[in-house]
Design a protein around this ligand. Structure first.
Ligand code: 5GP
Length: 117
């Protein structure tokens, strides 16, 4: 178990981030390399490296990420226009930070995904 990813450092305020939401369960901040006009990462405070590591009893943690992303979309006024949430897993999924996180992408019509291989 590693609690020393860049995201844990953000949670511990050891490195700066543009934090847009936080509660006792999760934190949300803008991606440093945005892939859409809105690109926010929703990260649980519980250490979980990949989606493969989520236990049955931790379903609520993943659910809270999705609910928080939808809540942010509603609060920011783009929920009806729409958005995309993505969770990458391991090498083929393109995961680079090994603390699970949900990408929220929005702000423009998004292209199709997963078609290049
Ligand atoms: P992954 O590739 O693991 O699904 O997503 C990791 C994301 O974290 C990438 O989109 C990357 O741009 C973002 N990221 C990496 N380092 C930092 C950082 O130090 N600060 C912020 N805000 N985002 C980061």
């Amino acid at each position: 178990m590693s609690d020393d990813t860049i995201f844990h450092k953000i949670i511990r305020r050891e490195i700066p981030a543009d934090i847009v939401f936080e509660d006792e369960h999760l934190i949300a901040f803008r991606d440093i390399a945005p892939q859409a006009p809105v690109h926010v990462l929703f990260v649980p405070k519980t250490q979980i490296a990949t989606l493969n590591d989520v236990q049955a009893g931790q379903a609520e943690i993943v659910g809270k990420l999705a609910i928080a992303a939808a809540g942010y979309a509603k609060q920011q006024g783009f929920a009806e226009d729409g958005y995309r949430i993505v969770m990458n897993c391991n090498a083929h999924g393109g995961q680079t930070v090994f603390q699970i996180h949900l990408h929220l992408l929005a702000g423009a019509p998004l292209g199709r995904f997963g078609t290049t291989f």
